[in-house]
Ligand binder design. Structure first.
Ligand code: NAD
Length: 337
């Protein structure tokens, strides 16, 4: 057995009601003047966080947008500088946390993340910025949040549809971590446990959206899956989803949900692609790229882009393979069993 594992330095506080510990967490890092970031649809929770921080909060910017457009990042950096902020608290999904990372990347301000979806960005040193429709990503330890406060109560407001697709988005990190070239025994443990927790929690959330235990289990699973994402290099599935999202502006979590069973079937991954596709049907999840707004005419272009890209994958990938896979994902047909 040979492996390399680098642990990422971060503090995680988990539990219903843990938002109350945010001021203490911010203080531990030595921050006195934090800017709170959130998306426009989550301004209420942003205000709740700002109020909890009291005098330590110097502003609230409810402008986080999917894929961090550079204009939004520039404005956020200017607001942070003007307010004399010495750190940020990003509350929301991957978009809000991505905005905190964009500030950290240039200004070096520490980020405290309060995730409200299962996307997992809070556990990774990966940043992304979009300019003229092109998304650039990179890795930099500077953008890794200094602390993460996971309060499952904040996820209760996630509509069931988003909880399901965001949960499957998280499962994708774990599934690809299991065959990543830079995986390790500890990563596999986290990946299996994350998959187990989400596979059990998502049907329970669909059955009863108010089930606080299921919401907590799902967030726990998402944390582990996010840690796998932060520790490994992703393969065909993530390359395909980023290309679909970046080129065609398809919605992030839904795209992951449709594509994952097909890639797992192609790679022979775990969970089994056909089994996941069936589970998605039971959960009422989207299973067709056509339904997400993709035109059939875009399949060839995406297949060429993905086949020409550089990424690790357990099975070699040709443009023809990606085309076949995309045809099935586009039409919503079952992957091979
Ligand atoms: P998001 O942050 O855009 O949130 C989706 C929508 O759900 C938004 O309208 C938001 O306001 C709403 N929302 C979030 N939490 C809610 C809640 N608890 N209740 C009600 N509504 C809620 O989407 P996302 O899927 O969390 O993140 C996607 C973005 O994150 C993409 O840009 C993706 O590239 C990025 N991402 C980056 C990394 C990384 O490591 N850098 C990892 C994962 C995702």
């Amino acid at each position: 057995m040979n492996f390399v594992y680098s642990a990422l330095p971060m503090r995680v506080v988990f539990g219903a009601g843990s938002l109350a510990s945010l001021p203490e967490e911010v203080e531990k890092i030595g921050l006195d003047r934090v800017l709170v970031l959130c998306g426009p649809r989550q301004e209420a929770v942003g205000k709740q966080v700002a109020a909890a921080l009291g005098a330590r909060c110097v502003g609230l910017l409810p402008e986080a947008t999917m894929h961090v457009p550079v204009e939004v990042a520039r404005r956020a950096r200017a607001v942070a500088a003007e307010a004399g902020a010495d750190g940020c608290v990003a509350v929301g999904g991957g978009s809000a946390i991505g905005l905190g990372k964009a500030i950290a990347l240039e200004q070096g301000l520490p980020v405290v993340a309060v995730p409200t979806t299962y996307a997992g960005s809070e556990m990774t040193p990966v940043w992304g910025l979009t300019e003229n429709g092109v998304k650039r990503t990179g890795r930099d330890r500077k953008v890794l949040p200094a602390a993460v406060v996971y309060d499952p109560s904040l996820t209760l407001s996630m509509p069931v549809g988003l909880a399901v697709t965001s949960g499957i988005n998280a499962m994708a990190h774990a599934a690809e971590g299991l065959y990543a070239p830079d995986g390790s025994p500890i990563v596999s443990l986290m990946a299996r446990e994350g998959l187990r927790a989400l596979t059990a929690a998502l049907p329970a959330i669909v059955a009863d959206p108010g089930d606080a235990d299921a919401r907590a289990d799902a967030l726990y699973g998402a944390w582990l899956c996010g840690a796998v994402l932060g520790a490994t290099t992703m393969g065909l599935h993530h390359k395909l989803c980023h290309t679909l999202g970046g080129t065609l502006d398809l919605p992030h979590a839904e795209t992951h949900t449709v594509v994952l069973p097909h890639v797992l079937a192609y790679n022979g991954g775990s969970p089994d692609g056909r089994t996941l596709w069936q589970l998605e049907g039971e959960l009422g999840a989207p299973r067709s790229l056509r339904d997400l707004g993709m035109a059939a005419g875009d399949i060839d272009r995406i297949a060429e882009l993905v086949a020409g890209a550089d990424f690790p994958n357990p099975r070699p990938v040709t443009a023809g393979d990606v085309r076949d896979l995309l045809h099935a994902a586009w039409a919503g047909t079952a992957p091979p069993g």
